[in-house]
Structures are given as C-alpha cells and as structure tokens.
Design a protein around this ligand. Structure first.
Ligand SMILES: [Zn+2]
Length: 693
C-alpha cells in the first residue's frame, strides 16, 4: 500500500478501532467519502485472509478451512453492513454515488472468493469426506451450507464461463442498485398537495396531522398537507378520502412508480436483470431462473409453490365476488359510481366494515400509539423468551429518530442491542425491514448481535398506528428476535441467514401476539387518558379482523404468481416487463378493481436484490408454518404457555441455520405442517363465506 494511502487509512474512522459503546459504528464522524477507501482496505484484508486459507500446505481440516473462513472478513463485514444500512435508512446523493461504485466491487469480491479454485478444492475435499470427519451436527451443517454457497455462486465453472459468470454478477449488482435508486427518486419526488378543506374531505385528524408533518418535512409551507407514496400515508388516504378524483390520482401515482419514461424508468432495468438472471441459470445448467432459485428453498420446485398459491387464489377470487356485491351496494347507497375502480375498494370496504361491525376506526386509533405498541412487543418478548429491553439515551446513531435498547436475558446478561428506526423520511427506503450492524456468533458470550428494525410510519405527536401498522411493527420485531436470540457457533448459520421460505416464520409467527386480547387489554391504552381499550371495542375489532381477507389475498397472491411466471420463463426469453405483466394479469384474471400490492416497475422484492426473486411466495409459505405453528400455543389454552415458548426458542428462534428447516419445524411441532390453518385464517376454506354478523 503506498504511504499516502496508508496515512489516509489511519485518518479514516471506519478503519480505526470502533470505540463507541457496544462496538457501534462511529456515526458522529461518518462521511460518505470514508466508505470507498475503507472498503478497499477491508477487501484487501479479506483477500489476504482467504489466500492464507487457500495456500496452506497442510491437508484441509474443518478448523483450518471452514471455521477459519467463517471467522474471516470481520472488518469487511462490519463496514459493508454499515454501508448497506446507511444507504437503506439514511442515504444522500454522496452515499448513492458511492453505492453505484461499490455495489459491483462487492459483487466482484464475492465472485472471486466463491470461484477461488484452491479454496474451493479444500472445501470440496472436506465435503467429500464429511461423514467420516467426526463433526458435530452444526459443523456438518456449516460444511454442507458453505459447499452449497460456493457451488451456487459458480465454484465449479471454469474458463470462459467463470469469467462471464463474475461479469454477470457485477452487472446484476449495478442494476439492482439502479432499480432501488430509481424507486427512491420517484417516491421522494412525489407529493399530493392538499390545500383546502375540500381537498381534505373525509380525512380524520390523524391523517391530517401526518400529512401536515410530511409537508413540513418537505418544506412545502405551513398551510399545505402532503400525501406521500409511503404506505402509512397513502393507505389511509385511499381509505378515508371522499374525493374520488384525488384517490384516483394517488392510486395511479403509486402504481406507476418506476414506470415513467426518462432517467428513472425501471422497466428496461428489470428487463436487463431478467436477461442476466436467465444467463446465470443457464451457466448453472438450469432451464430457468426459478429452477435455479428453488433448489435452495424448502419448496424445492415451482410446482410446490404454484400448488400452494392456487389453493388460495381461486377461493379468494370467489370470496371477493361476495365482498364486491356488498361494496357495490354501498357505492350505490352513497351515490358513488359503479362499477367500482381500484381506488374505490379500500374506501368502500372501510364503510362496509364500519357498518357491518359497528366499528369506527377513528375511535380505535388513539389506543394504538407507537410507544404503547413498542411496550407491547417488548412485553411479549419478555413473557415468551425472558427478555428485558432497557433504553439507552445519548448514544449517536445514524439518525436522531432512531432509538437504542440494551436487550437483557437470563440473569440480566446482555444478549444484544436493538435499534428501532420507525419513521418515514425521503432519505429512507420505503417498506419495513430488519437488518443487522453485527451478527451473532460464537455461542453465549461470543459476539453479540446489533439488530435494527426499520419502519416507515408517518411521524406525528403522538404517532398513532393502524392495526396493520401494529402487525408490521410486530412482524419486523419477530425478525429482530430471530437475530437477537440467535445462539450458534458460526456466523454463516446465525439468525436470519436461513432459507428464504423459512425466514418469514419467526416474523409472521410473532404477529399473532399483536392480536391477543390479553396483550391488547394491557397495552392498547388511550394516549391521552390512559384508559384501556374498552372491551366492546376490542371485541368488534377482533370480530372484524377477517373482513376483506379476499382482497388482501388477491393483492398479495397476484404478484406472487406473476413473480413465479416471470422467473420460470425458459432461459433466453426476452422480457418486455410491461407487456408481460399486462398479459399475466389478463391470464390470471386479476380483478381490475382490486389490483396488486406491487407492480413490476417498483417491485423491490424482485429487483432490489436477488433475495426474493422467484420468492415473493415465501410469505404464504411461511404463513402455512406460522398458522399451524401458533396453534401449538392455542391448543394449550395459553398464548404464552411456558413449555411451548421454551420449545419455540430452542428449536426455531435460537438455532438460525444450524439445522435443516423442515427438521427444525418438526422439532417444534412434533409433525409436518398442515395447510388448513392458513386457509382458515384467511377465511378461504370451501363453504366458509363471511356473512354479515
Ligand atoms: Zn418479513
């Protein structure tokens, strides 16, 4: 390293010892310009570590190859995790420019590692002898997992194919970055500005307050209300606004994200991504990208996925027809035009729900303040897993809205750090997600996890959540617990680094406790009076919770089916994203008045990385496990049954990827999962029609 570069490295806070509490990143000194040089240094260090393993002259052993590889790259990990978290939660033009440069470099580094011939030769030798090595079960799992990681990333390719594969991976990284940045740019640029009482017609106080705060954040002036594309504002607007024309404007703006001609057009980006994925699958000898992806999933084959989705799809369409009739009657009663359009469904469904269940959401809302619901989720984690959350103040984080808690377990020992970043802002990706700054490894007393949950709730004082928001909060916290409770030896097997169709089990399972009457009675308290949610209101809320499930099922299952169809196209099929989507909508018969939760030009699950490509179905897959799994608690008559909770912790939340997921589930439930509880939960069993109560 030249001297000037070296002195730069020493001045770079990312490369110095992180002296902040808990080993947190040096947020105060952080600058976008630090990442490039710091990552250069960390990449070089990791390359040296890898070469040292690969170039050993002694025969490979589990310790000198697998365990050493698992422990390598710690500097690179902590800097790249920080970088990913910053670009997702608090980005800037400078960070975005850095992201465009760095994403392909990281992809190239991964390719170089996975296709390192002598390193793979050692792993391959060990893999061939794996049953004769006397390994513990987690060591055997690590060996099999890492061997698979290498082969799936091109370790067996050679010559031209090897070079091409690594070029494809780097191009994909660049395109994924462009896709994310385009969505963010379109979301940041849009606001539906409301200026008069006529514009605000139908909007309750909490929506007005959130819209006011969004306008202020964007510097739009004191007399303006802004509806952004963030679901925490856009969804309530579509539910409450009685201005049909404005609902249509907003609905169209949301659906068209990423599909405008010009510099942020994601349609050609998605088409290029598809071409490269097909090429990737072909290099591996698979007929389609879906075939390549599903080999490493619980589902295994596209047919298993389609079987499951179909079990929900047709019944949901039939049930939606029943709901459609009720909504149409409501539209007539209100003098609204029929047939309905997609921007009418939420509005009319809300009216029908209010009438059918005598439920006024504005009456419910004050009982669901964000702070009360955070206390509720912590309380559930305490009762189930013995955790205690102690907030710490005055510690520098990536944004002043983020909060930090010490997580304490048995004997008050520190088990990890939890960071909550709950509010929407234009520098943050939309949606909700869990991530880590540091992963657990090395069993108790080893490296403690630093977990972050991101939500996009509209900030207000106080922030009041919808019931859906509460479920999202609990969902992400379920992922958070999966990261925090992880207790494994090897980092590759820690926390959420499990198969994609298993990863949503801990998160979706945890949503169940948000709906427990006992939890709501204790925590859903009026933010002004402190009064608990009245029993009659709670009862109505619980009775109404399966209402409009057909709509929700269609909104989700449509995109899941389109995702599978898209990725199952035989290699070499050119894709016109818009035409393909239109054709699939027609073929599936996606009702126009319902539409889809995501459209391809902004479908970040599919195109922000390859993580959920041919994988949007995983939510329903995990829902099968979750609905069947939660029944283990209800069967005891106690949602907090201590024996079941202990088994859940031991078999699911603490084990990461140290055992095969189907085995982990059987260890928890004593048998394989059944689909019925999921269909029942969604009200989709044949003959199960929701009649007015
Ligand atoms: Zn999730």
């Amino acid at each position: 390293m030249p001297t000037s570069h070296r002195s730069e490295a020493f001045a770079n806070p990312l490369l110095q010892h992180w002296v902040q509490p808990y080993g947190l990143p040096p947020f105060r000194e952080l600058d976008a310009a630090h990442f490039g040089p710091a990552l250069d240094h960390a990449l070089e260090q990791h390359r040296n570590e890898i070469d040292a393993i690969a170039n050993r002259v002694d025969p490979p052993t589990f310790d000198n190859t697998l365990a050493t590889l698992d422990a390598s790259g710690r500097l690179l990990n902590r800097i790249s995790l920080l970088f990913h978290n910053m670009t997702a939660s608090e980005t800037s033009p400078a960070l975005q420019a850095a992201q465009r440069e760095i994403a392909p470099l990281l992809a190239a580094h991964d390719s170089a590692m996975y296709m390192h011939p002598t390193l793979f030769a050692r792993i391959d030798t060990l893999h061939a002898q794996r049953h004769a090595l006397g390994l513990d079960s987690d060591q055997l799992r690590l060996l099999e997992r890492v061997h698979l990681d290498f082969t799936r990333a091109g370790a067996r390719l050679d010559g031209v194919a090897r070079a091409r594969y690594s070029a494809v991976m780097a191009e994909l990284a660049t395109l994924h970055t462009r896709f994310i940045q385009n969505v963010l740019a379109e979301e940041a640029a849009y606001a539906l500005e409301l200026r008069t009482e006529v514009d605000l017609a139908g909007l309750p106080d909490f929506v007005r307050a959130a819209a006011r705060s969004a306008a202020q954040q964007r510097g739009l002036g004191d007399d303006v209300y802004a509806i952004t594309l963030s679901p925490s504002l856009a969804e309530p607007f579509l539910i409450y606004s009685s201005r049909r024309d404005l609902r249509e404007t907003l609905w169209r703006a949301r659906t068209a994200r990423g599909a405008h001609e010009g510099e942020h057009d994601n349609r050609p980006v998605a088409a290029e991504i598809m071409a490269l994925r097909q090429e990737q699958a072909a290099l591996h000898g698979f007929a389609s990208y879906a075939d390549y992806e599903l080999v490493d999933r619980m589902a295994g084959k596209t047919t298993a996925v389609l079987d499951l989705l179909q079990q929900a799809w047709e019944p949901a369409k039939a049930h939606a027809e029943v709901d459609r009739q009720a909504l149409t009657e409501m539209a007539r009663a209100l003098g609204e035009p029929t047939p309905m359009a997609a921007w009418d469904w939420r509005y009319l469904a809300h009216k029908v729900r209010a009438q059918r269940f005598d439920l006024d959401d504005a009456e419910v809302k004050p009982y669901f303040s964000l702070d009360a619901m955070i206390a509720a989720m912590f309380d559930c984690a305490g009762r189930l897993f013995g955790l205690r959350f102690v907030e710490q103040h005055g510690i520098a984080l990536h944004h002043s809205d983020a909060r930090l808690w010490e997580v304490r377990g048995a004997d008050d020992a520190l088990v990890g750090i939890f960071i909550g970043d709950n509010f929407a802002r234009s520098t943050k990706r939309s949606g909700a997600w869990m991530s880590v700054f540091r992963s657990q490894s090395g069993h108790s007393g080893g490296t403690l996890p630093i977990v972050i949950n991101n939500n996009n709730f509209a900030k207000a004082s106080p922030t009041l959540l919808s019931f859906d928001d509460v479920r999202t909060l609990f969902h992400e916290f379920g992922h958070g617990l999966h990261g925090l409770l992880s207790n494994v030896r090897y980092e590759r097997l820690a926390g959420t680094r499990v198969l994609r169709d298993f990863v949503e089990l801990p998160s979706q399972l945890f949503e169940n406790w948000a709906l427990e009457p006992e939890v709501l009675q204790r925590h859903a308290r009026h933010y002004q009076t402190g009064e608990p949610l009245p029993a009659a209101l709670l009862d109505k809320l619980l009775r109404a919770r399966r209402f409009d499930q057909a709509w929700a099922t269609i909104q989700y299952t449509g995109p899941a089916l389109i995702d599978m169809a898209l990725h199952a196209l035989p290699n070499g099929t050119p894709v016109d994203v818009a035409a393909f989507e239109a054709e699939q909508c027609a073929k599936l018969g996606i009702p126009e008045d319902i539409g889809q939760r995501h459209y391809l030009a902004h479908f970040q699950h599919l195109f922000a990385s390859s993580g959920y490509a041919a994988g949007y179905y995983v939510y329903m897959w995990a829902e099968v496990l979750e609905a069947d799994g939660f029944a283990a608690f209800t069967e005891t008559g106690d949602a907090f049954d201590a024996t079941t909770a202990e088994r859940l912790l031991r078999t699911i939340y603490s084990t990461g990827n140290s055992q095969e997921p189907a085995e982990a589930y059987r260890a928890f439930r004593g048998r394989d999962p059944q689909v019925l509880p999921m269909l029942h939960k969604r009200g989709l069993l044949s003959g199960e029609v929701h009649v007015p109560i």
